[in-house]
Design a protein around this ligand. Structure first.
Ligand code: NDP
Length: 264
């Protein structure tokens, strides 16, 4: 069964790397028209080259844009519409986590984390909502973390901001049913990313392969599936929720954590 997104227009924020790029690739492979952004122009161009090399006929649009800058997001939305048409699916993925506990998180760090988790979603939702209202299959899908339900003391600010984002996603889902716009999220555990790759380069035991090294991390952290996720695994859940296959699902969250969730 296909994701039924052929010809539809999707936007992925933070699509130049990791989970976002994996979602872009699935959408392109499924025949969707895809726009994505990221802040770093070089990384953005590299992701564009990667997609066009594998899918030369892909209908895509990219633009450097910081999702925390409202005017940039509005301009991005205008250009997406001009280049690809009216948007059907918005995937809010851009962001990163903060490793710090209460003692070493300053007030400014709290403000930055709160700004990132709220406005990386609020700015794109504002910019694309009018378009989404006109789509017959409109969806907003937010990348969130299991930290929203299962906080970790060493990521105190990220955990609490993630909980707020889960709550916000639920409110948006209910408010937007009147417009036919579904709103869902995925809750990630630990997924292989550029950050993990950098740590691997500086590992103490150089004899360990990537699989052994990440497998050890997963075992030590108590992930039942004993490995980290691969970017395409959460990406598939994202595309499912964004697609017409999830037409009766809103206000919901899919757990993609390899069984790391400890709640029912
Ligand atoms: P990556 O670092 O590989 O990708 C992040 C992407 O977001 C990049 O394209 C980056 O590009 C972009 N980005 C970051 N900040 C902004 C911004 N302000 N405006 C526009 N683009 C931005 O990370 P992952 O794929 O691992 O993470 C994707 C999402 O999943 C993030 O929101 C992350 O917090 C979340 N997550 C990841 C987990 C994991 O284990 N990997 C766990 C829990 C949540 P650029 O830097 O050029 O802007």
């Amino acid at each position: 069964m296909s994701f039924q997104v052929e010809g539809k227009v999707a936007v992925v924020t933070g699509g130049s790397s990791g989970i976002g790029l994996a979602a872009v690739e699935i959408l392109v492979a499924e025949g969707a028209k895809v726009a994505w952004c990221g802040r770093d122009e070089e990384r953005l161009n590299a992701s564009k080259d990667y997609i066009l090399e594998k899918y030369p006929h892909a209908n895509i649009f990219t633009k450097a844009c910081n999702v925390l800058k409202k005017e940039e997001v509005q301009q991005f939305a205008k250009e997406v519409k001009l280049n690809l048409g009216n948007v059907d699916m918005l995937i809010n993925n851009a962001g990163q986590g903060r490793v710090s506990n209460f003692e070493n998180t300053q007030d400014e760090d709290w403000m930055k984390e709160i700004e990132l988790k709220y406005f990386s979603v609020l700015h794109p939702v504002r910019a694309f909502l009018d378009d989404l209202k006109q789509s017959a299959n409109a969806s907003i899908t937010n990348v969130n973390s299991l930290l929203a339900l299962q906080p970790e003391p060493h990521m105190i600010a990220t955990s609490s901001a993630r909980a707020a984002l889960l709550n916000l996603t639920h409110s948006l889902a209910h408010e937007f049913t009147q417009y036919g716009v579904r709103v869902n999220s995925i809750l990630l555990g630990m997924v292989e990313s550029a950050q993990w790759k950098r740590r691997y380069e500086t590992r103490s035991d150089l004899n360990l392969s990537w699989e052994e090294w990440t497998g050890n991390i997963a075992k030590n952290r108590g992930i039942p599936m004993q490995r980290l996720g691969r970017p395409e695994e959460p990406a598939r859940a994202l595309v499912f929720l964004a697609s017409p296959l999830a037409s009766y699902t809103t206000g919901s969250a899919i757990d993609v954590s390899g069984g790391f969730n400890k709640h029912l």
